[in-house]
Design a protein around this ligand. Structure first.
Ligand code: HEM
Length: 534
């Protein structure tokens, strides 16, 4: 082929230019100006210097220099897909949320799965919690269920979140290691934080190395409220159950996969959806009232506790199908902004102090990460229902109020007005008490549910938990941290504590940690929880 056939032409330096011709469009600057030469910067003479006047060069480099935005402070590595949620039946008895009024109604959805601790370029099969964040574009605005694949959390109060994340992320002096290998800071924090023990059992289990996103459960974790048209409240926990069931890899496989294909999970989701194998989850809810909540010794506001599914079987209310990959990873998966405070009328918060803190954190972090108060102008974050407000201007605004009035009330009959009938009304719970920094006594038992989880596992799964703890703690250089952790295990299961202590080569068994509070939720080993059944 001649240079002419390929629409190529040699420049003065011998380099090949691809030229606009036929179907090839003219290259332009971001301002739309046509470009004559994209191979050579503008020079004085033949060998430079380069002229500052070269606006095309400057714009090209300037834009490249600014390509990266801050990665998420947590959950930096993630992968998303579009789909829809289909409501099975009306839940009008419990909630006025429009999404739950009509059987068969389909609501567009976007889901982002993630790991928590690693940076954007980390491996998919790290031992870690997986984020399971769902954005539902309802007719009453976006509803985000920003959940994880584990139904409980490490801490009870959001004020501890910076501490646990600092402890798990790279250490400030060395800048390593990552979540995949254990290290002193993380286990130091955990061993000093007994409330994390239940979550630690889950994180050391096979749940933390899922086979793929398609084989994971999702949990809203916190207790929320459903509120009906009569303003009556029912407590609710949200669970996503994968149609394909639950599957994990074993640690040996995880390590090999991470070396061979660090993108294993995202590739799996891409391949499945592109091949038409659309993954599906059922949304199930646990519904309960205040009397039921009061029947437990633990607190339903404590995110380190779950409500055993055998005591309160979840009810299927709809299904989530993922059927389309994003066209633009950055615009959609990277720029999607999930926020726990995005709830439609009929869904409300509980006083869970972790949830209350999250409700502040997510808006704050989106403005930092996406760089503008107008992140809702991005198509992935914009509601898909009509919306009208008087917010205006700011960085990168693409919309403003239309017409003369950008305030209300106004005399011009312009613009939207509030609706006590249709608008969001907070559930009028009655709260009173002294203003104080305190942890309720009902948050004090840190071991019973850790034990329930452990004893519900099969012997093979239990051996995986012991092996994971031994592997992780063997990386801890400070002996007292290992011993402190084993002292907690003694309050969970003697066999587990013995196995880990022996494998770590501890010379003497430490004393049990001084925090065990047995409760009547402390079920017999035989009464394993159906929630944990594989
Ligand atoms: C991000 C879940 C606790 C702050 C995320 C994401 C998930 C998640 C799934 C990733 C969202 C995405 O894919 O874009 C959870 C769960 C929690 C929890 C289930 C506990 C039950 C907290 C707490 C805080 C917090 C206590 C702070 C007080 C953040 C922040 C981000 C984040 C700042 C980054 C958001 C972004 O830049 O887009 N969380 N989280 N999280 N979470 Fe949480």
């Amino acid at each position: 082929a001649t240079i002419h056939d390929q629409k190529l032409q040699r420049g003065q330096g011998g380099e090949l230019h691809q030229l606009a011709e036929g179907n090839t469009p003219v290259l332009t600057t971001a301002q739309g100006g046509p470009v004559a030469d994209d191979q050579n910067s503008l020079k004085i003479g033949t060998r430079g210097p380069t002229a500052l006047e070269d606006f095309h060069f400057r714009e090209k480099i300037f834009h490249f220099d600014h390509e990266r935005i801050p990665e998420r402070v947590v959950h930096a590595r993630g992968y998303g897909a579009h789909g829809y949620f289909e409501t099975y039946k009306s839940l009008a008895k419990y909630t006025r949320a429009d999404i739950f009024q009509r059987a068969g109604e389909k609501t567009p959805a976007f889901v982002r799965f993630s790991t928590v601790a690693g940076s954007k370029g980390s491996v998919d099969l790290a031992r870690d919690v997986r984020g399971f964040a769902v954005k539902l574009y309802t007719q009453e605005g976006n509803w985000d269920i920003v959940g994880n694949n584990i139904p409980v959390f490490f801490i009870q109060d959001a004020i501890k979140f910076p501490d646990i994340i600092h402890a798990v992320k790279p250490e400030p002096d060395s800048g390593f290691p990552q979540a995949q290998s254990a290290h002193d800071n993380f286990w130091d924090f955990i061993s000093l934080t007994p409330e994390s023990m239940h979550m630690i059992m889950w994180v050391m289990s096979d749940r933390a190395i899922p086979r793929s996103f398609r084989f994971m459960e999702g949990f809203g974790v916190h207790t929320f409220r459903l509120v009906n048209a009569k303003d009556e409240s029912t407590f609710v926990k949200f669970h996503w159950k994968p149609k394909l069931g639950l599957q994990s890899v074993v640690w040996n496989e995880a390590v090999k996969i991470n070396g061979a294909d660090p993108d294993f999970h995202r590739r799996d989701l891409w391949d499945a959806i592109k091949a038409g194998n659309f993954p599906e989850w059922e949304l199930q809810v646990q519904l309960f009232d205040q009397d039921f909540a009061d029947s437990f010794d633990f607190d339903i506001l404590d995110a380190t506790k779950l409500i055993p599914e055998e005591l309160l079987p979840p009810i299927p209310v709809g299904r989530l199908v993922l059927d389309r990959m994003p066209d633009n990873f950055f615009a959609e998966t990277e720029q999607v902004a999930f926020m726990t405070q995005n709830v439609p009328p009929g869904i409300d918060f509980s006083n869970d102090p972790l949830l209350q803190g999250r409700n502040f954190s997510y808006l704050d972090t989106q403005i930092k990460r996406l760089g503008s108060t107008n992140f809702t102008h991005l198509p992935i974050n914009a509601p898909k229902c009509p919306f009208n407000h008087f917010q205006q201007d700011g960085h990168m605004a693409v919309r403003n109020p239309v017409g003369r009035a950008n305030y209300q009330p106004n005399s011009w009959g312009e613009g939207p007005r509030e609706s006590p009938q249709l608008g969001f009304r907070s559930f009028a719970d009655v709260e009173e008490g002294p203003k104080q920094r305190i942890r309720a006594e009902s948050f004090a038992d840190h071991y019973s549910q850790a034990r329930q989880f452990y004893v519900s596992q099969t012997p093979t799964e239990q051996s995986h938990i012991a092996a994971a703890l031994t592997f992780e703690l063997s990386k801890v250089k400070t002996p007292v941290i290992r011993e402190r952790l084993v002292s907690h295990l003694l309050n969970i299961d003697m066999g587990l504590a013995n196995a880990v202590a022996a494998d770590l080569g501890l010379k003497a068994m430490p004393k049990a940690a001084d925090a065990a509070v047995p409760t009547r939720q402390d079920l017999e080993p035989a009464a394993s929880l159906s929630i944990l059944a594989k």
